[in-house]
Design a protein around this ligand. Structure first.
Ligand code: KIV
Length: 272
């Protein structure tokens, strides 16, 4: 089933742009630790995102805001040790790039140096243009992120679909053009109308990776724990669950507990 795997021994920022040019869709999933990253990479997923969604998924915070740069570097370095093929993109967390371009560059350099990540991702458009340029000027590849940008959740006040109105849609298109012009190698579009997302993908030559953005874009990203069904309280319309790991794992843990209690585990063959 691993179609792209044969073609690209190692996925680079250049290969994902090439995939768009060749009409090959890009697959992207999150990972925050060594074991998961090894499985995701081995399955031939093109891009692994060390997302700041680690703040929710790994640490149990309500938003992505609390995760720190040190914590992101820890997650990213664990992922990097596992990956042989995928391009690894690391989110710069909230509070580590918004204040000024120098801070943004310092944070991006720390991620690249200390984790070995291949690129960084930042949320936002023209408000952070100078920071993006500063990072790119240092030779660090940048992936943009527009639409629903969870680091700004307190500004939006809700996780509902973004850019449904003309004014916000126009700004999003302008921002997307700016990101491409500045030199970003790809853009994530989160929770925007499918028609708008397709329009943006058609305008840009760099790939647009969607999450809740329909199938007219150049690739898709999901949070791995969500698509595996490990989380079960989060049920947005865009999420397809490929497994029900919550149930599978619960059954396994219950069986283990029962086996321990009944002294069924360990048996003769499971001891020395
Ligand atoms: O942090 C994350 O997982 C993300 C994806 C939802 C795109 O930014």
């Amino acid at each position: 089933m691993s179609v792209a795997k044969k073609q690209y021994k190692r996925v680079t920022t250049k290969s994902v742009v090439e995939m768009k040019t060749n009409g090959e869709k890009i697959s992207m999933l999150t990972a925050y630790d060594y074991t998961m990253a090894k499985i995701v990479d081995g399955a031939g997923i093109d891009v692994i995102l060390v997302g700041d969604s680690a703040s929710n998924v790994m640490a149990g915070h309500e938003t992505t805001l609390p995760i720190t740069l040190d914590q992101m570097i820890y997650h990213a370095s664990s992922v990097i040790r596992a990956v042989k093929r995928a391009l690894v993109v690391v989110d710069i967390p909230f509070g580590s790039y918004q204040s000024d371009p120098k801070e943004a560059l310092r944070s991006a350099i720390r991620i690249m140096k200390e984790s070995g990540g291949h690129a960084v991702k930042v949320e936002g458009g023209k408000e952070i243009k100078e920071s993006i340029k500063r990072i790119l000027n240092a030779g660090i590849p940048v992936m943009g992120h527009l639409g629903l940008t969870p680091q700004s959740i307190y500004k939006f006040g809700t996780y509902t679909v973004r850019a449904k109105e003309e004014e916000e849609a126009e700004k999003l298109k302008e921002d997307a053009r700016m990101l491409e012009k500045a030199g970003c190698f790809a853009v994530v579009l989160e929770k925007v109308p499918a028609k708008l997302a397709k329009e943006v993908a058609d305008i840009l030559t760099i790939p647009v990776i969607g999450i809740g953005a329909g199938n007219g874009v150049d690739g898709q990203v999901l949070v791995t724990h969500d698509m595996l069904g490990m989380t079960h309280e989060f049920n947005p319309r865009f999420l397809r669950r490929y497994l029900n790991m919550y149930e599978e794992m619960t059954n396994a843990f219950e069986q283990y507990a029962a086996d321990v209690k009944s002294v069924d585990f360990p048996n003769e063959k499971e001891q020395y």
